[in-house]
Design a protein around this ligand. Structure first.
Ligand SMILES: [Fe+2]
Ligand SMILES: [Fe+2]
Length: 189
């Protein structure tokens, strides 16, 4: 109860649990990984870079809210020490790849390889989180809705301090890629 009271905030409730918030982040980056592959196929370096930068920003914020809020909430009450230690080690690797990608551009040595490894690594990490840590979280007495509110509030705060990813520009580029792909196929037939 004390933990639930401590994690309650005055922010308007979204009703999302911490697990909903984190799962939707996982789904968002998986979508960006797929989008990167499409731009790679059409050899659109600018598109690849926009997607990679958006994924790097999303992953940095996601890792930070997990480390600051989500993981500590289960340290003492969910018998999750080993899983949380592994997750922290995986985050360190993810952050190193993110840093390397943020300082590089498509076409440079290892850029695409680093993004590929990042995407495989993150997908593995997210699956582990959703199976191991989330199931321990569900069995704990932590107020997951209050924790979800905390995660969302911190996420907003961190996103406000960063240049926003240009999702609209990405969507427009994706539309152009699809349209051009269709017209190329149209010409061929
Ligand atoms: Fe994580
Ligand atoms: Fe995660």
């Amino acid at each position: 109860m004390a933990r639930a009271a401590a994690t309650r905030t005055k922010r308007r409730s979204s009703g999302q649990t911490a697990l909903d918030v984190l799962k939707s982040d996982h789904a968002e980056v998986k979508k960006l990984f797929k989008q990167f592959e499409k731009f790679k196929k059409s050899e659109d370096s600018e598109g690849m870079q926009q997607v990679a930068q958006a994924a790097c920003k999303a992953l940095s914020i996601h890792a930070q809210i997990e480390e600051e809020i989500f993981y500590p909430a289960f340290r003492e009450c969910a018998d999750a020490d080993d899983a949380l230690d592994e997750a922290n080690v995986e985050h360190a690797h993810v952050k190193e790849l993110v840093k390397q990608l943020q300082q590089a551009q498509p076409g440079e040595d290892l850029y695409e390889a680093r993004f590929k490894v990042l995407s495989e690594y993150v997908q593995h990490h997210a699956e582990e989180e959703e199976s191991t840590i989330f199931s321990k979280a569900r069995k704990s007495d932590v107020d997951l809705v209050a924790l979800g509110e905390q995660l969302l509030a911190r996420k907003e705060e961190l996103a406000a301090g960063q240049e926003p990813a240009d999702i609209a520009a990405l969507a427009a580029r994706e539309q152009t890629r699809k349209r051009d792909g269709q017209s190329v196929r149209g010409h061929r037939s």
